[in-house]
Design a protein around this ligand. Structure first.
Ligand code: SAM
Length: 214
């Protein structure tokens, strides 16, 4: 998701209590920031944040961090959150490139990583930028707990097939996968729709999902 640059978005994000500034300073101590030791789950590439806000509301016994690379997109999430009636003390946002995740979380500090409708980067020379490339899986391995998992949803079949290959190549384990999530009763249990998921499934695209661990 790329929105036109919104003037002042950097400053508004820097002033928001919902956004963790200098997230590297919390490496290894995220529990202190949340004020409890609940499991920490992150969404990489949260866009406008609908999924992570719904997750935080539904699961007050977990801590959530929504990660987004672009100021203008993150600002939309911040504004949406400001309009919520509830407080959601178990949710923070970070503006960062996910390439730097190991600078922000300690090994074992993250219980689950959600990747929802990640950018496909269709050109071969950009394959390393795909959030399910071997390079990214290596970064996730540096922050995940021993039993930690990655959950990935997309409607993009080539990206999904690429991801299945990368999982194998990186020596990760495929716990579950489907090419048609919305007709898979087991994997649909507790499914929380993302903004893109709603848009693409309404257009008739099947949604693919995999759950993997190291
Ligand atoms: N997850 C949302 C959903 O399902 O509705 C948004 C999907 S949108 C297509 C993907 C988002 O990932 C974009 O907002 C993009 O800026 C963000 N993104 C892509 N690469 C990223 C990276 N390396 N680090 C952080 N965010 C990234």
């Amino acid at each position: 998701m790329r929105l036109r640059n919104i003037r002042g978005s950097k400053e508004m994000i820097a002033a928001s209590d919902y956004v963790v500034q200098e997230p590297e300073t919390h490496k290894g101590t995220w529990g202190q920031l949340f004020g409890n030791e609940q499991p920490v789950q992150i969404e990489v590439g949260m866009g406008k944040g609908r999924f992570i806000m719904d997750m935080a509301r539904l699961h007050p016994d977990r801590n959530f961090v929504g990660i987004e690379m672009y100021d203008s997109v993150l600002l939309r999430a911040v504004q949406k959150r400001e309009q919520l009636e509830e407080d959601l003390p178990n949710l923070y946002f970070i503006r960062m490139d996910a390439r730097n995740l190991p600078d922000v979380f300690e090994k074992g500090e993250v219980d689950k990583i959600y990747l929802n409708f990640s950018d496909p980067w269709p050109k071969e020379r950009h394959a390393k930028r795909r959030l399910t490339s071997c390079q990214f899986l290596e970064r996730y391995d540096k922050i995940l707990a021993p039993e930690g998992t990655v959950e990935f949803k997309t409607d993009n079949r080539p990206l999904f097939e690429f991801s299945l290959e990368e999982v194998k190549e990186a020596g990760w384990v495929l716990d579950a996968s489907t090419f048609d999530l919305h007709h898979d009763a087991k994997l649909m249990e507790g499914n929380v729709m993302t903004e893109y998921e709603e848009k693409f499934s309404r257009a008739g695209n099947p949604i693919h999902k995999m759950i993997i661990h190291r």
